[in-house]
Ligand binder design. Sequence first.
Ligand code: AGP
Length: 609
Amino acid sequence: MCGIVGAVAQREVSGILLEGLRRLEYRGYDSAGMAIIDPSGDIQNRKRVGKVQILSEELLASPLQGRVGIAHTRWATHGQPSEINAHPHLSGDIALVHNGIIENHAELRLRLEKLGYVFLSQTDTETIVHLIHHYYKDQKNMMAALKLTIADLHGAYGLALINSAEPERILCARKGSPLVIGIGIGENFIASDQLALRQVTDRFVYLEEGDIAEITPDEYTIYNSEFEQVSREITQIDTAADSADKGNYRHFMLKEIYEQPSVIRRSLAGRLGSKKILMEAMGSRAAPILEKISSVQIVACGTSYHAGMVAKYWIEGLAGVPCRVEVASEFRYRKFKVQDNTLFVTISQSGETADTLAALKLAKTLGYSASLAVCNVAQSSLVRESDLYLMTEAGPEIGVASTKAFTTQLVALLFLTVALGRHHDISEAQEEEIVSALNSLPDLLTETLALNLDIKEMANAFADKHHALFLGRGAQWPVAMEGALKLKEISYIHAESYPAGELKHGPLALVDADMPVVAVAPNDLLLEKLKSNIEEVQARGGQLFVFSDKAAGFKAAKGMNIIELPHSSDVIAPIIYTVPLQLLSYHVAILKGTDVDQPRNLAKSVTVE
Ligand code: AGP
């Protein structure tokens, strides 16, 4: 949610900041702004509503010059997207950018208004910059003013600020919203995601909760929440893994859909032996923890929650271990009892989702045996704060609609299922079957992607519709949920998903020729049940779009459209059947002309509650 980038260098920084904003735009894109200390020592800023490209055009017409600056791309929380509400916010000689939400902003605003501050925006952020300005008047020291300010803030923040009275430095602080320092030679940087800085450095220092830092061209200094100077590990990132580039694809989403065979191959490498999964891949601490686990609680949001729902079918059905799944925003405010020997599992692409992090924080106080994060970002807060982790290895996912993150989450969760099942219901022979199914997965996904043109053709039937229904049974129900989420997210068509057996308990009333019904129907144990549900739709004149395999025996007819997927083992079918639904939403969105990679009102990483 929102992106921050800052640079303090011995060269012009506006180009660096702009490229950083472009790379962060997937996090928020309703307005963008930049503030730079100019050669005469004044702060100059430019802000524009809309995408970073609009700010870039403004900077071309009216450039900013200087060697110290901060910039921001916004996803509105307090106040409409407008130039006034866009960051950086200014107070006297100070400019500030902020991610997160200040919960006591209304009370701080009143206090500052009484002190004579005039607010221009409706944002919570403006209270921070006035507060710093207020303390700076007495302290005459930015670090001291920042320290006093954050003591007054309730809520979440990742923030960075510059002051023309103390040029050549950027100050920053984090609590609940990520920040990373990028280390250069004679220049240093700050950003909310290292991706923003990959064009200037490959060395990063991740700030921890409560950290405050000061960066100058030659050094950076970090203090912890007790204001003790601390040193944090430097992480070197493989520059070849930089995927903030669409390549030859029209959209990041399409590129990421097509990357699935290769990222899954990568995520399997080193984790599978010829007949067994390699437990060592989970780290030496995992085995003694997992062998004692007798139940699992999964918590996640959005697409990651759907991955958790699929995992529930696997963990209970294959491993024989009771498993509960809940969306993080509910879990964090509910009262319940924790059973002994329960593993707390979070799933998150970004590892920065505020609700999921809050759920983990709560879980740590509740007596779970251990926490395990299934995550795509190794340096994320979620990974750092969990006892164990399983990385999904999908590489950076830029499209707001999650695709390769979901399928790699499923692979990791199947791995976890086997790791748990070894101590419960999974025999050596079953483990061997699962390993063999996983090994076949990349090629089956490639075969599935080859159906793209048929799916593109099918998309025509959806483009003028306002509603769609997605049906599945068993582990394919959450796949149907994910298909519906994808369609509504990027094509803005209202889509619902139901376990197909629920149809006659209500949603059947909606079925008519204007309501496309998608059925996820592999040839599995529930196929005959699903066929009866499909007949219920046909009998009411519903238009069916069935994803199945040859052996299931569906025949195309009027009102019955079929895409035949390659045959696979049941266990990996949810991963394979996800892909055509991703392609379907993509092509519908293209026909509708929506912004596929940055759909309206959404942001990639939801770091606010
Ligand atoms: C997926 O397409 C969504 N954009 C969204 O539901 C996402 O999965 C959710 O916000 C959770 O994000 P996370 O995986 O980074 O925690």
